[in-house]
Design a protein around this ligand. Sequence first.
Ligand SMILES: [Zn+2]
Length: 282
Amino acid sequence: MKRFWIMGMALLLIACADQTENEQSDAVEKEDEEVELEVDEGEEGDSHLSKQDDEIEGTDPEDEMTNEEEEIEQVYEINTANWAVEPIEGEDVEEQVVLLTIDDAPHTYGVEMAHILADLDVPAIFFVNGHFINDEEGEQELKEIHELGFEIGNHTMSHPNLSEITEEEQMEEIVKLNERIEEIIGERPRFFRAPFGENTDFSNQVVATEQMTRMNWTYGYDWVADYQNAESLADIMVNAPELNNGANLLMHDREWTKDALEEIVAGLRDKGYQFVDPEQIK
Ligand SMILES: [Zn+2]
């Protein structure tokens, strides 16, 4: 910028040298304008410098974006008939996989569960309820789970049965939570799970408009009285008759589920299952 100004002044001086008196006075006025212009530029100089700094910093996110694109390809999709995770046709990827999902988070154990899974290097989707992220503590918990690398899904604002409320209310339950989550973590959820697995034609439209992928689940047991202890829950989650390639496992932000997590992961790994990274799901 400075160099251009110097060049400009040099040209102006050359111009002045060839001018008649009248023209020279014009040139002086012009020079004044030039000086004013330069002062303006000078004032902007600082902001221009900081802009340059921004631009330098700005190269990092671009690199990161490029890396992200390179890192993770969407090679799986959700089968809407049984909610299983399946390789997209033509993709040569591991079929013996399961998807872990944690609903009704972040309530009491969500962050701890995220740390346990992160330590085990197991990805998962945390389906979040709006009423758990309405205060500072909830926000921080959501941020922490997200920063640990977990996918954040939409599980509605207040966990209603969508088939029992008006269309307007359904819209609010879904869209407002996406807005809220975006406010906190900077991105909107890509996945939606309806409370009680109760979707409606209208909520399906809203979910589609919000460009989310909808899913229920294959199996889960942590809300059944017999399995509300870590030992029984770990056993059934690993040995359930419904366990199959692509099984979509539903768990919750609960104490016994948290306590069973390590054993569930180990048991599924022993059986040869890998854990799908939600970022690989379309
Ligand atoms: Zn729920």
